[in-house]
Design a protein around this ligand. Structure first.
Ligand SMILES: [Zn+2]
Length: 166
């Protein structure tokens, strides 16, 4: 299986969900120079400010897995929404925006990468995390009804959700 984060360089961990030590003292903190997220004590925090001052002796800078994924044009989750009525488009985009904020607050590696109109009545949403795409698809279905089908690709560790609105 392809290592999703093979391009991610030290001192960042091999996977954003990885819980094992990555070889350094636990006081070491990695700070993403793009988004400011900080890796400390086995998990990602939104900002360095979220970490107590006394722990900030050893900080390194780098790029976090989410920013690296975006820079490499990769994604783990894709949602295609079909049959989007023009008058509902703003409402759907708002729902996605709110979802994105909540997800980021809970885990700074969870991001909505983009929302694109790919054709008339068709939206494409990309996420950094596949479970996030699944949750968002459920939420859209619950609010706007429609039919959802999910396709997992184990090889590429991606999830594709297709929603056809009524
Ligand atoms: Zn980042």
């Amino acid at each position: 299986m392809r290592n999703f984060f093979e391009k991610t360089s030290w001192p960042f961990p091999g996977s954003k969900k990885e819980t094992t030590e990555f070889g350094k003292a636990k006081r070491d903190i990695s700070v993403c120079e793009k988004c400011g997220a900080a890796f400390w004590q086995k998990s990602w925090h939104r900002r360095l400010e979220d970490i107590p001052d006394y722990e900030k002796e050893n900080t390194h800078s780098g790029i976090c897995p989410a920013c690296q994924m975006i820079a490499d044009n990769r994604y783990e989750g894709e949602i295609i929404i079909e049959n989007v009525p023009e008058e509902k488009k703003g409402e759907i985009e708002n729902l996605i925006g709110n979802f994105s904020e909540t997800a980021f607050r809970e885990d700074p590696m969870d991001r909505i990468i983009s929302i694109q109109t790919v054709a008339k009545g068709m939206l494409r949403v990309l996420t950094t995390e596949n479970q996030m795409a699944q949750q968002l698809a459920k939420k859209i279905k619950k609010t706007f009804k429609g039919k959802v089908s999910l396709t997992h690709s184990r090889r590429e560790s991606t999830l594709r959700a297709k929603i056809i609105l009524p």
